[in-house]
Design a binder for this molecule. Structure first.
Ligand code: PRP
Length: 206
């Protein structure tokens, strides 16, 4: 299984802020954005590079650039909170939105929107969703992307439940899963424990 909990002191501190029920929406959004920057840097640490020649004012030396193209795939709505942090380091990435809303009683994901460009076939797709709870939404997003020809995918979450990691890995064992925290479990309403509540509502103040 490709599953990684990103360890970073700054992530732990920011996570504690967004877990706190007293954190207001503005601060929540700000810290989610900062978390996504740290995740982007850590996840891209070993990204494949291409080499080229750079002429410094003194002599030629070797230069590096990212070898692959990337498409960010935020799962609406909460995934939007992670986009800017990744775009900061992948400014040329495409952004492809997938709308999935979890039914409040059945907890099943309902698909409502997608805009997936052809170029996902040659790109690395980074699915962005702060919450990996049952894993239904992430699995549906991955199904859609693969149906459109995506071959290289990863999923980035902020808090994940063991159930969600298991489900996504069962359906898509090729997808590398990254999270800032692996939480304990889901409650009867399929909310992550201890979690941070509903990320979409807290980002958008709804
Ligand atoms: C939440 C969350 C994930 C999904 C996780 O979204 O942002 O997308 O649920 O749950 P799952 O792993 O059990 O599928 P929600 O449906 O509440 O929509 P929102 O982002 O618009 O708030």
């Amino acid at each position: 299984m490709h599953f990684t909990v990103i360890e970073h002191a700054l992530l732990k501190a920011d996570l504690s802020v967004i877990r706190d029920e007293k954190t207001p929406n503005g601060l929540f959004r700000n810290r989610i954005a900062r978390i996504s920057e740290i995740l982007a840097v850590e996840i891209l640490k070993n990204a494949e590079l291409k080499h080229f020649s750079v002429q410094t004012p003194l002599e030629k030396t070797v230069g590096f650039g990212l070898r692959n193209s990337y498409v960010l795939v935020p799962v609406l709505r909460a995934g939007l909170g992670l986009v800017d942090g990744f775009l900061k380091f992948l400014p040329d990435a495409g952004v492809s939105h997938i709308g999935v809303s979890r039914d409040e009683t059945t907890h099943e994901p309902n698909f409502y929107y997608s805009n997936i460009p052809e170029k996902i076939q040659e790109s690395i797709c980074i699915i962005l969703d702060p919450m990996l709870a049952t894993g239904g939404s992430a699995t549906l997003a991955a199904d859609l992307l693969k149906a459109k020809g995506a071959k290289r995918l990863m999923l980035v979450s902020v808090v994940a439940a063991p159930e969600g990691v298991r489900k996504l890995n069962e359906h898509h064992p090729d997808i590398a899963i990254y999270t800032a925290a692996l939480d304990r479990a889901l409650n009867v309403n399929k909310f992550i424990l201890p979690g941070l509540g509903d990320a979409g509502d807290r980002i958008f103040g709804t």
